[in-house]
Design a protein around this ligand. Structure first.
Ligand code: TNX
Length: 514
């Protein structure tokens, strides 16, 4: 007899919450030594995702989990885990592709098999993260564990609400190595994020090699906040990060923050300074004191070179030009500068993204404005939205992962207040700003500034659990989101983070099981 089906998200500890869940009580799939992973015939990407899934499951299960491309005409109903790229019209409405999203998927779990179907590899990859979260937390361990490896039976149909679900990492204030960035990529991919925004340059450091201006990284990358050793990515290393992210269907958005936040560049290239004299490197944490010279031709030659080289290392459509906290230029100088930099980005085939201050300028139709500063009037941002500019939302009082959780948090800042887990969760992109609706919003992004963060463990402690909150805000339908159910699902992530040796904040707002 078939168990009754009931629609319940809360039953499954999946974050972000899927669009629709039906659990078949009494049915479960058990991963066994004999389980095979079968992928769509002729799809190299499905095979690659199969190999990725096997790579996740092998260390803890100790099972061989061979990955095989199914033969054409295979039904997808046999024993094992099936990863199928299907035609769009064969998926349910909720999972179907729309022009904004390629990331929908369907997951069906019976006693005999797990079938994951999507019209695009992106969707398959996101669905694999759901499957991963349906397995016990110990699946994340690096060594063989006892099991059993049960997946609850039922059906999930899912797709994201917003196209841009990002995490930003500030590698400028403190440098993080390629391996550390890869770890962050792995962690954000578990929550179905699809953008990694790298803040590559700031007053305290220039972190990417530029062939035409070698001193930027050689000198400008040599230190960091507090005067430590710093570092930078060679082009090859940067490309490795981009590739690692791309394999997880995450787009890297590089940020070259101009015209302010540029002391490291000014200190590395004397000719960028009006008096031709390079200032000292800076290892403090003040903001707003540095600026490129908007009226010198060399400034734009420099920007054209830098943006050109960075764009060439960017398969994604966006280059972030910063534009925040400029306190040494007049408004007319700032506006003219932003308009010129937009043109440079466009000339290199990319869409410009900038912090909300750029909304003062006349924006290109392709430009994206990132909202952050909750202390200033959003009027310019609202006007830009009215003119059709798409917004990326990172309200500091919700989505700034560098804000302290409460007064006892040792790391972090508090200029936007304390951001507890519930604060990071309870907000809605379509109602955050008056007059800005769902269709004006490209997505959400969680920012992690590293003035006070020295290690990747520090990064994790600030990111978790709040990164998962922002991920759900960006992925899950507003109607299904409730703090009470969420905190239960979030609690189940704790053992998962422990299994991955992720340091996380054990917020008193969450009923952690251990
Ligand atoms: C504001 S967010 C900044 C950053 C700081 C951050 C610290 C933004 C566009 N500018 O330069 O690191 O606050 O929370």
């Amino acid at each position: 007899m078939q168990a009754p089906l009931d629609r319940t998200v809360a039953d499954l500890a999946v974050v972000p919450a899927p669009v629709a869940v039906r659990v078949s009580r009494g049915t479960e799939f058990t991963l066994a030594r004999s389980t095979r992973i079968l992928t769509s015939p002729g799809s190299a990407e499905a095979e690659r995702i199969g190999a990725y899934l096997a790579g996740l499951l092998r260390p803890s299960t100790g099972y061989p989990l061979p990955v095989t491309a199914a033969t054409a005409g295979g039904t997808g109903e046999g024993d094992g885990i099936w990863l199928q790229i299907t035609r769009n019209d064969q998926l349910s409405d909720e999972a179907r592709e729309d022009p904004e999203s390629d990331e929908g998927y369907e997951l069906r779990v019976t006693g005999a098999s797990v079938t994951l179907r999507a019209s695009r590899p992106e969707g398959l990859f996101r669905g694999v993260q759901t499957l991963r979260q349906l397995l016990p937390a110990s699946i994340e361990r690096a060594t063989a564990q006892a099991g059993p490896w049960r997946v609850p039976g039922g059906r999930i149909v899912d797709r994201p609400r917003f196209a841009w679900r990002g995490a930003a990492l500030d590698v400028a204030r403190h440098f993080f190595t390629v391996e550390e960035v890869k770890r962050y990529i792995d962690l954000i991919s578990l929550y179905k994020l699809n953008v990694l925004h790298l803040h590559l340059t700031d007053d305290q450091g220039w972190r990417i090699a530029v062939d035409g201006w070698p001193n930027l990284s050689a000198h400008g990358g040599s230190t960091q906040v507090g005067g430590g050793r710093g570092g930078f990515y060679t082009k090859q290393e940067y490309w490795e990060i981009v590739g690692y992210a791309r394999d997880r269907y995450i787009t890297v958005v590089p940020e070259i923050d101009v015209p302010g936040h540029t002391n490291a560049a000014l200190a590395s290239c004397a000719e960028l300074n009006r008096d031709g004299r390079a200032p000292e490197l800076y290892t403090g944490t003040s903001v707003g004191f540095s600026s490129l010279c908007p009226d010198m031709a060399v400034t734009y030659r420099f920007l054209n070179d830098v943006v050109g080289e960075v764009a060439a290392l960017t398969p994604g459509p966006y280059v972030h030009i910063g534009g925040d906290e400029v306190r040494t230029l007049r408004d007319d100088q700032y506006v003219a500068f932003v308009e010129r930099v937009q043109q440079i980005v466009q000339a290199h085939g990319k869409r410009p993204v900038g912090w909300q201050e750029i909304a003062k300028a006349k924006l290109l139709p392709t430009s994206v404005v990132q909202y952050w500063d909750v202390h200033v009037s959003p009027e310019d941002v609202l006007q830009a939205a009215r003119r059709g500019t798409k917004l990326l939302l990172s309200p500091a009082s919700k989505a700034y992962l560098d804000m302290k959780y409460d007064e006892r948090t040792e790391l972090g800042l508090d200029w936007a207040g304390h951001v507890e887990v519930r604060d990071a969760y309870e907000w809605d992109p379509a109602t955050l700003l008056d007059g800005v609706g769902e269709q004006d919003v490209l997505g959400v992004e969680a920012e992690l500034w590293s003035e006070t963060l020295h290690s990747i463990a520090d990064v994790e402690l600030m990111a978790f659990p709040r990164l998962a909150c922002v991920a759900e805000v960006g992925w899950s339908p507003a109607a299904g989101r409730q703090w009470d159910g969420y905190r239960q699902r979030l609690a189940a992530q704790g053992p998962r983070w422990s299994a991955m040796a992720v340091s996380y904040y054990r917020s008193p707002q969450v009923p952690w099981p251990e």
